[in-house]
Write a protein that binds this ligand. Structure first.
Ligand SMILES: [Zn+2]
Ligand SMILES: [Zn+2]
Ligand SMILES: [Zn+2]
Ligand SMILES: [Zn+2]
Ligand SMILES: [Zn+2]
Ligand SMILES: [Zn+2]
Length: 343
């Protein structure tokens, strides 16, 4: 399984350099040990700089120093190994033996870069005959990290052959028989590797399963979220429709009522106009006769006056001056004709 760790994945978000002692925060993000400590000191209770999750797994770490909290976090020793291998590959590619000649090869076990003549020497020597030598330009940090032998925790130059579970250290054969002689669980490092691989395989299954369930959960919620948004949209449309309908009803009601009022008033107006005309006519007659009477009195010709007096008396009597006007006054005294009837 070839997993390529891209160069930016080896970078710490705080110092932007490749990780130095990468610590695994409770959220799963990696940061250099020193970077977490300085981050915690500068920003109290700030949480992970990438996701703000708490850095201390347990609350109330104020009694502990930042260094204690960070040292209690596990180190990603795989990332550490990749960063170290990337460092070896990233340096100027000079032969580690001749020093001034360009290195074209690297021994995957000794982690030494060599020129072609030194490589030939390396291949001839009985100690290193079986070593894998690869071209510097094609080897990846992960492959180099994978092929580097485990070294004794005490003797850095000796290969580790066992793992002491009591001390949690990789140790060489002499350490097994001397320093860790009385330790209870010291196992062959290859057996320990196989067990670790098996455990990690189980962890992968667990995490994949959990990832699947969580993804389903988030998808389910996303669908519901969409549904809620759609429902809001539908409800809004319904409100618009209903209000439009109500508005039309109100508009029709307004028109109907106004027409009703107008029609009633028109009837009243016509009746009043008719009555007024009638009275105007009567007034005209009376005024004309008053003028005739006034003129007769002012001029008063003999015989003519007597003559006309009888005629005017008859006429004025026929005008019925005492006719009752009550019928006009009583016309529509109550003008409030606007009655809201049920539509
Ligand atoms: Zn850093
Ligand atoms: Zn985080
Ligand atoms: Zn050389
Ligand atoms: Zn070698
Ligand atoms: Zn040792
Ligand atoms: Zn031990």
């Amino acid at each position: 399984m070839e997993v390529v760790v891209r160069s930016h994945e080896r970078e710490c978000a705080v110092c932007t350099n490749d990780f130095t002692t990468p610590k695994i925060l409770p959220c799963g993000h990696l940061l250099c040990r020193e970077c977490v400590i300085s981050w915690m000191k500068s920003k109290h209770h700030a949480g992970c700089p990438l996701c703000t999750c708490p850095i201390a797994e347990h609350q109330g770490y104020s009694s502990q120093s930042a260094a204690d909290v960070v040292d209690a976090l596990p180190t990603d020793s795989v990332m550490e190994a990749i960063v170290q291998s990337a460092g070896v590959l990233g340096k100027d590619n000079m032969c580690t033996v001749c020093d001034d000649v360009r290195a074209e090869y690297i021994c995957m076990q000794c982690v030494e870069k060599m020129c072609s003549s030194c490589m030939k020497m390396h291949k001839k020597m009985s100690m290193s005959r079986s070593h894998d030598v690869e071209s510097v330009s094609t080897v990846t940090p992960e492959r180099l990290a994978a092929s580097r032998p485990a070294l004794c925790a005490d003797h850095g130059d000796k290969h580790a052959e066992a793992f002491c579970a009591d001390h949690h250290l990789s140790i060489c054969s002499s350490c097994t028989s001397i320093k860790h002689r009385t330790c209870l669980v010291v196992r062959d490092i290859n057996d320990e590797m196989k067990d670790s691989e098996k455990t990690l395989c189980g962890l992968t299954d667990q995490l994949v399963q959990a990832e699947y369930s969580l993804k389903q959960g988030t998808e389910h919620l996303a669908i519901r979220l969409q549904k809620v948004e759609d429902m809001e949209q539908e409800d809004m449309t319904q409100v618009d429709k209903t209000c439009d309908k109500l508005q039309r009803m109100v508009e029709n009601c307004r028109k109907g009522l106004k027409k009703q009022i107008h029609d009633s008033r028109l009837q009243v107006t016509n009746s009043l106009i008719k009555a007024k005309r009638e009275l105007d006519k009567r007034l005209g007659k009376v005024t004309s006769h008053r003028n005739i009477v006034t003129r007769a009195r002012a001029v008063a010709p003999r015989a003519g006056l007597i003559h006309v007096t009888q005629a005017l008396t008859d006429r004025v009597n026929s005008l019925d001056l005492n006719a009752d006007l009550d019928e006009f006054y009583s016309l529509f005294t109550d003008l409030s004709v606007f009655h809201l009837e049920e539509a």
